[in-house]
Design a protein around this ligand. Structure first.
Ligand SMILES: NC(=O)c1ccc[n+]([C@@H]2O[C@H](COP(=O)([O-])OP(=O)(O)OC[C@H]3O[C@@H](n4cnc5c(N)ncnc54)[C@H](O)[C@@H]3O)[C@@H](O)[C@H]2O)c1
Length: 112
């Protein structure tokens, strides 16, 4: 695996299954993490699960459908971390239904 120690990595969906696993993998390898999720509770659980060696990572409650909030969060993390090396977009909604059966508003939420 490529050298990760010291890399500044910004994640969306860090409170979810994939985001939490990816955050843990990078934390173990010494990355500087910026963790975000739209769910404050799930984001907090990820931070608590990382353990003491990860320190207190930079984090924000962030809805990825809000472009200006995403811009501000990425810039804020990069300013504090002294740069940005990698972005992981793990935010998403898995809708277990046929598109034709879905409420159009729910389908729009999935796409956004
Ligand atoms: N788990 C898999 O095997 C798998 C495989 C292929 C694709 N995916 C896709 O990858 C994404 C993540 O998968 P997962 O299993 O971690 O899902 P998950 O539901 O466990 O986590 C998704 C996270 O995204 C967050 N989120 C949802 N909407 C958001 C928004 N608007 N802004 C910010 N955060 C938001 C949720 O709060 C949640 O913490 C999903 O889109 C899923 O469809 C997952």
């Amino acid at each position: 695996m490529a050298q990760i120690k010291g890399h500044r990595i910004f994640l969306t969906g860090a409170g979810g299954g994939m985001g939490r696993c990816i955050a843990a993998m990078f934390a173990k390898r010494g990355a500087t993490l910026g963790l975000t999720d739209s769910s404050e509770r799930d984001l907090g659980q990820t931070i608590a699960s990382l353990g003491a060696e990860a320190g207190i990572p930079w984090s924000r409650v962030l809805d990825v459908t809000d472009a200006s909030a995403v811009d501000a969060a990425v810039r804020g993390f990069a300013a504090e971390a002294g740069g940005l090396d990698l972005v992981v977009n793990a935010a998403g909604i898995l809708a277990v239904a046929k598109v034709v059966d879905m409420d159009p508003a729910e389908w729009r939420r999935v796409l956004e």
